[in-house]
Design a protein around this ligand. Sequence first.
Ligand SMILES: NC(=O)c1ccc[n+]([C@@H]2O[C@H](COP(=O)([O-])OP(=O)(O)OC[C@H]3O[C@@H](n4cnc5c(N)ncnc54)[C@H](OP(=O)(O)O)[C@@H]3O)[C@@H](O)[C@H]2O)c1
Length: 219
Amino acid sequence: MKVLIFGATGMVGQGVLRECLLAPDVESVVAIGRNPTGQQHPKLRDLVHRNMYDYGDVESQLQGFDACFFCLGVSSVGMDAERYRHLTYDITLAAAATLARLNPQMVFVYVTGAGTDSSEQGRVRWARVKGKTENDLLKLPFRAAYMFRPGAIQPLHGVRSKTAWVQAIYVAAAPLLSWLSRVAPKYVTTTEQMGRAMISVARDGYPKPVLESEDINRL
Ligand SMILES: NC(=O)c1ccc[n+]([C@@H]2O[C@H](COP(=O)([O-])OP(=O)(O)OC[C@H]3O[C@@H](n4cnc5c(N)ncnc54)[C@H](OP(=O)(O)O)[C@@H]3O)[C@@H](O)[C@H]2O)c1
């Protein structure tokens, strides 16, 4: 498979990139983002692109992919509603609409989160925005699209969050997360498992389009 990753510099994306580079059935990876990954690997190429709302000048480099793993995303904490929507819905749909047009055979995987509101009507703002993003992604003409809704994610293999306060929480909570992943695996997954599950759904599909932690851990 030829794989395109958004957000490969982030916590989820670093883990997904690692698994793609290790997987024998992933032939090549392009990591697109405003910053390079800083990693060197024979299978990896960085595509630095500043404007994540417009892909006109890089369209020729966005064709021929079998899968896109969209791990770019921000926390809504402390962010005004319009900015959160712009960085969540607008960025994701701009990229996905371009990719669906250029790669109709692509499998698109989007990272949302546990509690995402598919009704788009609930009281929690971030959950409504993620719900609308998921719903509109599922309408695009990809070969298939899967929405990953992890709860807590244990970072493995040196993976770090780009968001300082999230990283601080993960460091403080590491022993708790490790214990929870053993006693309540339904609510916790790992960066390694996220990557493996994305590769699995891109290759073999999955019976339903929305995957919770339990589904992710099963793959
Ligand atoms: N971490 C968790 O525990 C967790 C749990 C459930 C769901 N999620 C979801 O998973 C997704 C990824 O989270 P994460 O923890 O990996 O976040 P993270 O470590 O903060 O990384 C965010 C990624 O998005 C990119 N990004 C952010 N804003 C951008 C912008 N304006 N333009 C271009 N790129 C931008 C960052 O690129 P730069 O390197 O350029 O900053 C980075 O690659 C989010 O949607 C989040 O809601 C995370």
